[in-house]
Design a protein around this ligand. Structure first.
Ligand code: ADP
Ligand code: MG
Ligand code: MG
Length: 250
């Protein structure tokens, strides 16, 4: 489903990703770990089309389409979704308005009619309930005054409503208490399907207890330096990155 080949990316003239290869098949969940500053968010942002990154080499294909040549909107329409490590506040735009605009845009691209207001409200309330968010939450400005944990859950709420085919979650678990973490994991598990895939960026094995990954990768030296099963996340927790990177090629 997602094929990344030789991806080399610079930020402000410095190479952050350097010949990165990664393959994620439909139906799979992959975890991406790696020390602070390794380039995990850079990878997520480059795939989503955020500005400020210079792609020097390589390609990233989603179902055969080269994402890197597409506008961010077209990438979303192709089924890509990124939950931000640091969600932005959009004061004055209510959560519900935001969801409606995003969903209408995606449905239009798919040749579908806009969801009617009652159906949208029903779906949004249900998703809010799954995530343990209060109902008045939908009327509030996007992320305005939300706690860190509420912002993370709001990203997952968007994911549940937009039903993307390829989901990147950038540290969906940072700053969450264990109850919120379980709710986020439940949201992800709800969307797991044979035709959908996930890349979960995290520092902790805990979320992977609830969302079992098919593969775990470690980003280091600008590429995937080590890959393994879920157990790799526990080795990192126990011994730090140095222990699992010893003898790696990067
Ligand atoms: P990670 O998510 O793995 O912690 P990042 O992808 O956020 O790492 O950052 C990788 C490196 O790129 C870091 O050294 C970071 O300081 C640098 N970097 C990322 N974005 C920018 C930017 N907009 N301007 C300058 N440096 C950046
Ligand atoms: Mg970081
Ligand atoms: Mg990051």
């Amino acid at each position: 489903m997602l094929t990344i080949r030789n991806l080399t990316v610079a930020v402000e003239g410095r190479r952050i990703l350097d010949g990165l290869d990664l393959d994620i098949a439909a139906g799979e969940v992959h975890a991406l770990m790696g020390p602070n500053g390794a380039g995990k968010s850079t990878l997520a942002n480059v795939l989503a089309g955020r500005e400020g990154y210079e792609v020097l080499e390589g390609e990233a294909l989603l179902d055969g389409q080269d994402l890197l040549t597409m506008e961010p909107e077209a990438r979303a329409q192709a089924g890509l979704f990124l939950s931000f490590q640091h969600p932005v506040e959009i004061p004055g735009v209510s959560n519900l308005q935001f969801l409606r605009t995003a969903l209408d845009c995606l449905r239009k691209a798919r040749g579908e009619a806009p969801l009617d207001s009652a159906a949208l409200l029903r779906a949004a309330r249900e998703a809010a309930q799954v995530l343990g968010l209060p109902a008045d939450f939908l009327k509030r400005g996007v992320n305005e005054g939300f706690s860190g944990g509420e912002k993370k859950r709001n990203e997952i709420l968007q994911m549940l409503l937009l039903e993307p085919r390829f989901v990147i979650l950038d540290e969906p678990d940072s700053g969450l208490d264990v109850d919120a973490l379980k709710l986020v994991a439940a949201g992800v598990n709800r969307l797991r399907r044979p035709d959908r895939a996930f890349l979960i960026i995290t520092h902790y094995p805990r979320i992977l207890e609830y969302v079992r990954p098919d593969r775990v990768h470690v980003l280091h030296g600008g590429r995937i330096a080590r890959s393994g099963e879920a157990e790799l996340a526990h080795q990192i927790e126990a011994g730090g990155y140095a222990a699992v990177l010893e003898g790696s090629v990067a």
